[in-house]
Design a protein around this ligand. Sequence first.
Ligand code: 0RA
Length: 677
Amino acid sequence: MAENTQEQEYGAESITVLEGLDPVRKRPGMYIGSTSSQGLHHLIWEVVDNGIDEAMAGHADTITIKLLPDGIVSVEDNGRGIPVSKHKITGLSALETVLTKLHAGGKFGGGGYKVSGGLHGVGVSVVNALSSYLRAEIQREGKIWMQEFKKGDSQGDIITIGDSKKTGTTIIFQPDDTIFTELEFKWNRILDRMRQQAYLTKNITINIFDLRKKDDEKKYRFYFEGGIKSYVKALNHGKSLKNETIFYVGKEYEENFIELAIQYNDEYNENVLPFTNNIYNPDGGTHLIGFKTALTRTLNSYARSKNLIKEKDENLTGEDVREGLTAVISLKLQEPQFEGQTKGKLGNAEIKSQVDKVMGEALMTFLEEHPKEAEAIIGKCMLSAQARIAARTARASILRKGALDGMTLPGKLSDCSSRKAADCEIYIVEGDSAGGSAKQGRDRKFQAILPLRGKILNVERARLDKMLANTEIKNLVIALGTNIDDQLDIEKLRYHRIIIMTDADVDGAHIRTLLLTLFFRHFAPLITNGYLYVAQPPLYRIQKGTKVKYAYSDEEKVNIIKEFGGGEDMENESHEEIETDVEEASDKEEEIEENVEETTRKHNVKLNVQRYKGLGEMNPEQLWETTMNPETRLMKQISINDAEKADKTFEMLMGDHVPSRKHFIQTHAKSVQNLDT
Ligand code: 0RA
């Protein structure tokens, strides 16, 4: 355990007293966020944070949480124990002060902890105020001390209940059911939080017991010898690594403690997690900026010193050096300042240069000492740089001012004859065969057809900027005429309706998602101006004699069959699927069947229901009639929200998180067939 120079002077005296607990019971939300599940769990975090503070100050190494019957929780640590002596000013024991006064605690008024993780916290007194019952047991000064409380009020003086050579604090509490709207503690939620805390606090053991149900007891233990190093290792679990040895530095800097761990994998994503006093900072802040600056500068200067980057070549950019990067930044600060609406961003200005310095020096040493790892990392970054430069060149050729004017329209585009953009439409069609039907079925005066080959799908795992080097995509960009990104000129748009027309199957959904993503990222104004649509081809064709109708949903199909008087001829391939549908709508179908027999007997005319799987199954007339004729077609106008959703889906489908991709595909396999954008 680390030495604490203030040990002697740190007793009951250094605790500053503020106010009583009434405000907490009056407005619990102010102190713990809410009185729902989140607030309920906050009570545990609050007590645990105090134990973690003890561990961080070097006085504790074990925390044990027990979930007991009747919503009771026990949190035990082997720290110094809350002081029990009488306080000079209040005449109360220090323990009672800590538990019954707001903001009372060793963290305030000088002395006390060197660094505290609970700075965000509100103190154990808040837990006391919101508990119908709380019992504190302290092992300290050779004895076991005990005091009980109800709704924050002590139920008698502190007493000794035995002897002990150990030190530590146990807080047992039962959340007040007149305060909380939710009283059930969630096992997995507690595990997740404790796992993270265990990673961020080196050498701490956290035990968690679920003793609520006799026949279903559970226990879990977290201990990560490597701290944030273990965290990085876990984040990279199952990935191919660039540097097997994780870079780690932990350094004290003017009363602050700065810890960093990084490791590269062979993928494209960057995963950098910044924490301050064990609290995650989703919006980054000065520590993240300092980290990024040092990473880019150091890798460049190392690569140049070893002549890995030639004199004439350009530097690696920030993005180059963060591809495939997994990192945890963990700071323990004396006085953290948080910014932003949700306080998710670290604001301390001095931290930028502190992190930069610690990171820069340590990383340079690491690279010098691990030349193999260094080479692998630099190699990876240089590959990213190459990809970036190649994409930029491809992009530049598209973006070059004036280049589009002279450029001939792609050969695959069947343009319309009108030149009035407001009247014109372009159908982006999946596959050459559907493209052929669309070309024949269209009204060539105002409808243009651009077939795209399914091949564009093979940009799997590639970055979006690579898409722009793809011929199919390039054709699209040229056909639209506006250019992209900051060069986009909406006045030059050649069609005021851009219609994505893909098959109603998984591949079709995939291509549609990809295109929506492209529009979202590079053609956003076309979406916000309402120019982008998704065509809605019918799902079924229903024919009876010479009468033909199209159904765009299963419900509509049932209605049409009813209208036609039933009598399906099940000769088509989709036999089974229709049967399933019939079962689902069995109430309606029974009625139909009666009619069917009658009609069939009378006229002997059968009903034919055809399920369309792909656009290619429709002949040009059918395609015109159902999907392209402005008088009768259905189209879905795409909002920026739709496109953003597609973009997220795309990231998930193409990104590196395999479990979520699997889950998505499994759960959406059905809905994508129903043209669910
Ligand atoms: C005030 C002062 C000291 C320790 C603590 C509070 C303390 C609080 C909690 C809450 C849960 N576990 C805790 N452990 C310690 C310092 C005591 C000293 O100087 O010995």
